[in-house]
Design a protein around this ligand. Structure first.
Ligand code: PHB
Length: 362
């Protein structure tokens, strides 16, 4: 790849997480594609999909449930069974064969699930018994969300243990590190926000209490991987999955400050609203609360990505839809080549079409 010359860093500059070197700062964002095989096990087409995208400085895998209760959608891969670990090992081997780097995103969907997807048809779990507006994607089609089971105090150590065990499994599967999914209205985000966390115990109330579960998970995962191999993803203004907070700037500035206590690989921030793209918060202020690397995401392109890094707003930029449609995105960016257009109709589920058949540039 021909780096764009500049004395400042840009998307093409290498970056180091402790002893892990990334060749560039063009990151593949975590993308749910609902194409795992039987048993939520990564299969051949998933191996090929990630192999094709190994030119990213870092691939962050699609969200992968840490346990059977963490599942929220059909066809998302897990990282809790032996078969899933073996399936992911084929993915990480393929990415490493191409000299790529890959983290797995550890996911628990909390209330964004449905009893029909849960072990024993139990209700999904959440910080508080508050039903999300909207519908779950189930094997029987869309069904209304249900009022979740509010996790009891004595059930919380089990959730932390599931993250630790998934982190161990990720190591066995050959990943280079892990990203903790604390964004987009799933379990850890449900704890962070005052709209979904109405607990009156040590895990609810002010932001120090609402972030307690996240920090316990961060510590448990760091114990397995070391902090330099652990990233955290948040989405302060996203409304996806009926999530809200009365003071997102204060909430997430506080989260960024507390996460600075650990020498994490990065803080990954989905800026603005995932669906509308609207942004009201001051992300520079949020970034200034975090002392480590900041990964920006949501709607960036070559120009805005480069300028975010040059102007020190971000250290890395994650691209989602552009990586769906352009397996060779870093080469296209470096040479200013035209980009393929992503096809929304094939984002979720299906076969190789719209998945592994986007062409590289000539
Ligand atoms: C999605 O299914 O669109 C989805 C899944 C996980 C996310 C965000 C979006 O974190």
């Amino acid at each position: 790849m021909t780096p764009v010359t500049s004395d400042k860093n840009n998307l093409f500059s290498p970056i180091l997480f402790g002893d892990l070197a990334l060749a560039n700062r063009i990151i593949m964002a975590p993308l749910t594609r609902n194409r795992a095989g039987e048993g939520n096990v990564p299969q051949d087409m998933n191996v090929e999909y990630y192999r094709q995208r190994a030119g990213a400085g870092l691939i962050i895998s699609e969200g992968s449930q840490i346990s059977a209760t963490g599942l929220g959608y059909p066809g998302t891969p897990g990282i809790h069974s032996k078969a899933q670990v073996d399936g992911w090992k084929r993915v990480t081997d393929a990415v490493h064969d191409e000299d790529g780097r890959i983290f797995i995103q550890l996911w628990h969907t909390g209330r964004i699930s449905h009893s029909s997807l849960q072990p024993g048809q139990c209700l999904p779990v959440a910080p508080s018994a508050l039903k999300a507006a909207g519908q779950a994607m189930t094997h029987q089609g869309l069904q209304d969300f249900e009022t979740p089971h509010a996790l009891t105090l004595d059930e919380l150590p089990g959730i932390v243990a599931e993250y630790a065990s998934a982190a161990e499994n990720a190591k066995a599967a050959g990943f280079d590190g892990v990203e903790i999914h604390a964004a987009n209205g799933y379990l850890l985000d449900q704890f962070l926000r005052d709209g979904t966390n109405r607990r009156e115990d040590a895990y609810g109330g002010d932001i120090a209490k609402r972030m307690r579960l996240l920090l316990e998970v961060v510590e448990a995962v760091i114990a397995v991987w070391g902090a330099h191999r652990v990233g955290v993803r948040v989405s302060p203004e996203n409304s996806f999955n009926d999530i809200k907070d009365s003071q997102p700037q204060q909430t997430f500035n506080a989260v960024a400050k507390s996460l600075s206590d650990y020498p994490l690989a990065y803080l990954h921030v989905l800026e603005g609203d995932m669906l509308s793209g609207e942004r009201q918060m001051d992300y520079q202020a949020l970034r200034n609360c975090f002392t480590g690397f900041y990964m920006a995401n949501n709607g960036y392109d070559l120009e805005s990505g480069n300028s975010a890094i040059e102007q020190n707003h971000a250290d890395m930029v994650a691209f989602g839809k552009l990586f769906i449609a352009n397996p060779d995105l870093p080469v296209r960016f470096a040479k200013n080549l035209p980009l393929n257009t992503p096809d929304q109709a094939t984002f979720y589920g299906g076969d190789e079409r719209g998945y592994t058949d986007y062409p590289r540039y000539n």
